[in-house]
Design a protein around this ligand. Structure first.
Ligand code: ZN
Length: 338
């Protein structure tokens, strides 16, 4: 995927192009920014640009080198990713040996460390030596969500580029180009995308719709029957392997963000969960749900959502955590009514 096919990262790509043009490429770049916004694609595009058989401003994307780089079969392009939560020292050692080999065909060999924050202490130290003594004709690209979990010694030896979250216009453009989803589904995914395009979201469209439907029904009518249904779902979602628990928490975050928006009388076209159909049913449901809460309660609910996510990530029982959150929200709603 050449640079011209990457959307929303013009600022980052411009910096890279300037470095190429002025022949001031660093030995190592560090691309940071949230997941699924184009950091890895940019690393691929840069590798293509440096090795493309055609001497043009952007890689052609079609020659055999460009194709092999895109498919990750190019011998001088090496990508390291975590296994589970870690990039092991073994993997780093093997990759560092690869760096010592002579280039096969490339003008510039490229090694990408995608998920650099997943290196342990030992792996980081081994890697640091390579950063300190760069191999000629080799470019290192580290990719991380932020510099927070990277050793300062590594960060300071790389030239950092901060990638930006994607605007709604760009996520929509990417979804339209890469899927044959209907406008309604694209709009729905956009509401959940939070500034990035995650392939998992596309696969899980039906699951997300089911979560949204059940949750909206409950958030509009806190009857005992709806609460009971909601708690039943929490139990199922907590036990499922599809990470419904996380999608449900994402949904709640967008919903309560929208309620804040409505409570403050801000323009409704800015709400995330708005409908594009003429019937305006989703906006009605939001306005109805807003009647149950005041600003302070919504803030407290936000806190609870964040805490629930954190405790689940620390291994708390998913079903119980979701159930307890729903009970808390239901209790808040009944307080406002009285
Ligand atoms: Zn090419």
């Amino acid at each position: 995927m050449p640079f011209r096919n990457i959307f929303g990262q013009e600022h980052a790509i411009d910096l890279i192009k300037q470095a190429i043009l002025r022949d001031m490429m660093p030995h190592s770049w560090l691309f940071t920014g949230q997941a699924n916004i184009g950091k890895f694609k940019t690393a691929v595009a840069l590798t293509q640009k440096l090795n493309c058989k055609k001497f043009v401003e952007d890689a052609c994307g079609e020659c055999d080198y460009c194709s092999q780089i895109a498919e990750q079969t190019f011998l001088d392009f090496h990508v390291i990713t975590p296994e589970g939560n870690f990039i092991t020292i073994d993997k780093i050692r093997k990759s560092l040996n690869w760096l010592q080999l002579h280039p096969d065909r490339a003008k510039k060999r490229v090694m990408v460390l995608d998920g650099a924050e997943h290196m342990g202490h030992e792996a980081s130290n081994a890697f640091l030596k390579t950063l300190e003594e760069p191999t000629p004709h080799t470019l290192l690209i580290l990719i991380a969500e932020s510099t927070q979990h990277l050793p300062e010694t590594i960060v300071s030896r790389c030239q950092q580029i901060r990638f930006r979250s994607l605007s709604e216009k760009n996520t929509e453009r990417i979804l339209r180009m890469n899927t044959d989803l209907t406008s309604e589904n694209i709009h729905f995914l956009n509401a959940f995308s939070m500034g990035s395009v995650n392939e998992n979201l596309i696969v899980r469209l039906e699951i997300m719709k089911n979560i949204q439907q059940t949750a909206i029904c409950w958030l509009n009518d806190f009857s005992a029957m709806n609460l009971e249904e909601m708690l039943r779902k929490c139990e199922t979602w907590g036990k499922s392997k599809n990470e419904e628990w996380s999608l449900f928490l994402n949904f709640l975050e967008t919903w309560f963000r929208d309620l804040t928006w409505i409570l403050h009388g801000l323009p409704e076209e800015k709400v995330i969960n708005r409908t594009i159909s003429s019937e305006d049913s989703l906006n009605l449901e939001l306005r109805n749900s807003a009647k149950y809460f005041n600003a302070q309660q919504i803030n407290e609910i936000f806190d609870r959502i964040v805490k629930s996510r954190r405790s689940i990530e620390l291994n708390a029982n998913k079903s119980l955590s979701l159930e307890s959150l729903c009970l808390y929200i239901s209790r808040s709603a009944s307080c406002k009514i009285k």
